[in-house]
Design a binder for this molecule. Sequence first.
Ligand SMILES: [Zn+2]
Length: 231
Amino acid sequence: MELEGHRVAIALSRSRRRTVGMSLQDGRVKVVAPAWVPLDEIGNILQHKSRWLSARYRDWQQRQANRLDPEQQWAHGAEILFLGQSCQLALCPELQGVVWHAQAARLVLPLSAQADPDQVRDRVHGWLQMQAKDILKERLDILSARSGRGYARFSLTHARTRWGSCTQDGHIRLNWRLVQFSLPVIDYVVAHELAHLRAMDHSPDFWQEVETILPGYKQAQSQLKGVTLDI
Ligand SMILES: [Zn+2]
């Protein structure tokens, strides 16, 4: 069927249920119908529900757009995000290791053009995680020194739902994915976690502390809204 100008596949399955149910999953319409409901009636029901399905489809498109690794081929020429900038990926089997050309915003991996997409993604993620370790630690040290709020420990996380966390005893954890954002966004998350050393909640007192550590943090904060980590 057509939703928002796109042809969308319908996956129909029959079940013992009494009514026709539908949902949008992975950009496809999933329909579960009782065995006795004819196809043309299912077609009518879908038409009748097309506005609702269109809204679900738009939500799904928005989530796709907000993913940090947009639906892409993990191959030569792919675009990746690093420090808020779009960078180009290249594969070159003659290389000994990964080479980062900052000026050209180009990341070259020592892999053949036929490399498995999973292998390419793992090498990119591995490289990003190495960068994250240094860059996030550096931002943490700079903001910690500026604010006079010392922390006890720092580690990287691979959390699926959070950008960072801070424990009562000063252990700050930051998500390696942050390195895909610009420095102001990274600094906001760092300031947020440092501010938790003063208040563990999100009270007005807490936000005052964030503002003290990083004046004008709200613009950076808004850039994180709606970005999904389900990757
Ligand atoms: Zn918080």
